[in-house]
Write a protein that binds this ligand. Structure first.
Ligand code: NI
Length: 433
């Protein structure tokens, strides 16, 4: 199937950053782009032509840290400190989540992400095989994992069932759905795992050339408690246990110090910035400019909907673009192009998805089209600034993943939205009724 999208303004990325093709053509052949130009293709049999007049096309967004089914906990325990929120409010509800709830939660999260322009996400939650099956059907991309925790400081790795499940999940699902589903490994955090289990899993990740997803120094309290307990920072703790000897990416990194930044740089650890969650939970501000200056790869994430309270990547882009300027009292700190990188190409790098995150011939056809005939998007004098400072998630008109249209003009093409809303009501009654 070949489709030619015509008359769109297309945000492309070259060696010198982002640029806009005006009134251009975008050819898609199956799951890949086969034509991108302001000049219409000569001949070339396309099966269908779609007019995108008034639309701006850009790469699909990549949410590199979330807990998708937590949309079912949207708003739970708001306005509490992180530890209290997590242990007293969130975890008792999580004890009631089983496969049916995970399916419904993932479907609702997928709807929200598609409507906001997200094509791919890196998740960290229980029953990930359920999430994998839903995402396979929905048509999105996801990097999933079975999170490993070990609350008992004396627990042996051989007794930890989560490690066994993580390996079995990797072996069964990595590369599923034509590669749309990739399986990472995960250690939830320093404060939820012991040293033996962490070292054991780190060895497995290295052997399998896997990708490791962790929470790191989300709060000053976590950072200081680790220093008191082990005499080192969480970043050094993970590094000493071998966790950074593989591809690794760390969510948050709010309370890291200068030595940690140097260590992350030395080990090639990528950072996922979650500005809404960090502000909502009162955790603080990750030193993103220091990460970028140090040459770290920085991607963006929403975190779960219980600490955000949505999965809207346009909000994360907007906050990333303005909060570091405010924090440093320097309006030149965070460039719109850097923020667009974080939400697209850097996300693809963190997910280790070659050929994703940029619109160019030969790449995977993951893109979104925004409806530009909106007051707050007019006039379009600087597309990068407009997308980062003015655009809303609700401006997304169409979301396409691997060439397949998944969302268009308010309609979900692979999800029965009415049935999902009905199921969410049923599950909500069970969890909170
Ligand atoms: Ni998180």
């Amino acid at each position: 199937m070949r489709t030619l999208y015509r008359n769109a303004d297309i945000l492309c990325r070259g060696e010198n950053g982002w640029y806009l093709l005006k009134n251009a053509c975008l050819g898609v052949n199956g799951a890949v782009f086969d034509y991108v130009s302001e000049t219409p293709p000569e001949g070339g049999p396309y099966d269908e032509t779609v007019d995108l007049r008034g639309k701006l096309v850009m790469p699909g967004l990549i949410n590199c840290h979330t807990h998708a089914p937590m949309v079912l906990l949207r708003g739970v325990g708001s306005d509490l400190p992180l530890q209290e929120w997590l242990f007293k409010k969130v975890m008792p509800i999580e004890d009631k989540l089983f496969e049916d709830e995970m399916r419904v939660g993932t479907e609702l999260a997928a709807m929200e992400m598609l409507a906001g322009g997200t094509v791919s996400f890196s998740d960290m939650y229980f029953y990930p095989h359920v999430t994998a099956d839903v995402i396979d059907k929905v048509g999105m991309k996801a990097n999933l994992n079975r999170p490993v925790q070990a609350f008992d400081p004396n627990e042996k790795a051989c007794d930890n069932r989560r490690v066994k499940e993580a390996v079995a999940f990797y072996d069964a699902y990595n590369g599923a759905a034509d590669g749309r589903i990739l399986i990472d490994f995960c250690i939830h955090a320093e404060y939820t795992c012991n040293e033996e289990v962490t070292r054991y899993l780190a060895d497995i990740v290295r052997e399998k050339h896997g990708n490791l997803h962790i929470h790191l120094s989300e709060t000053e309290r976590e950072h200081e408690e680790c220093r008191n307990k082990y005499g080192k920072t969480p970043a050094r703790w993970f590094a000493d246990l071998g966790a950074f000897d593989s591809n690794a990416f760390a969510a948050h990194c709010v309370a890291v110090d200068a030595d940690d930044v140097a260590l992350l740089r030395e080990k090639g650890v990528a950072v996922v910035h979650n500005p809404t969650s960090n502000m909502k939970l009162g955790s603080g501000f990750a030193p993103v400019q220091a990460f970028i200056d140090a040459g770290l790869t920085v991607a963006l994430g929403t975190d779960g909907a219980a600490s955000n309270n949505n999965l809207n990547m346009f909000e994360e882009m907007h906050l990333s673009a303005i909060l570091h300027n405010g924090l440093t009292q320097d309006p030149t700190v965070m460039k719109p192009g850097s923020v667009l990188d974080m939400a697209t190409v850097n996300g693809a790098a963190v997910q280790r998805r070659a050929g994703c995150g940029e619109i160019r011939v030969g790449n995977r056809a993951d893109f979104i089209a925004l409806d530009m005939l909106r007051p707050h998007l007019t006039p379009c004098l600087d597309a990068q600034a407009l997308l980062v400072y003015s655009a809303q998630g609700s401006d997304v008109w169409m979301t396409v993943c691997d060439g397949r249209v998944l969302y268009k003009d308010g309609e979900y093409l692979t999800i029965d939205a009415e049935r999902v809303y009905h199921d969410v009501a049923r599950v909500t009654e069970k969890l909170y009724g």
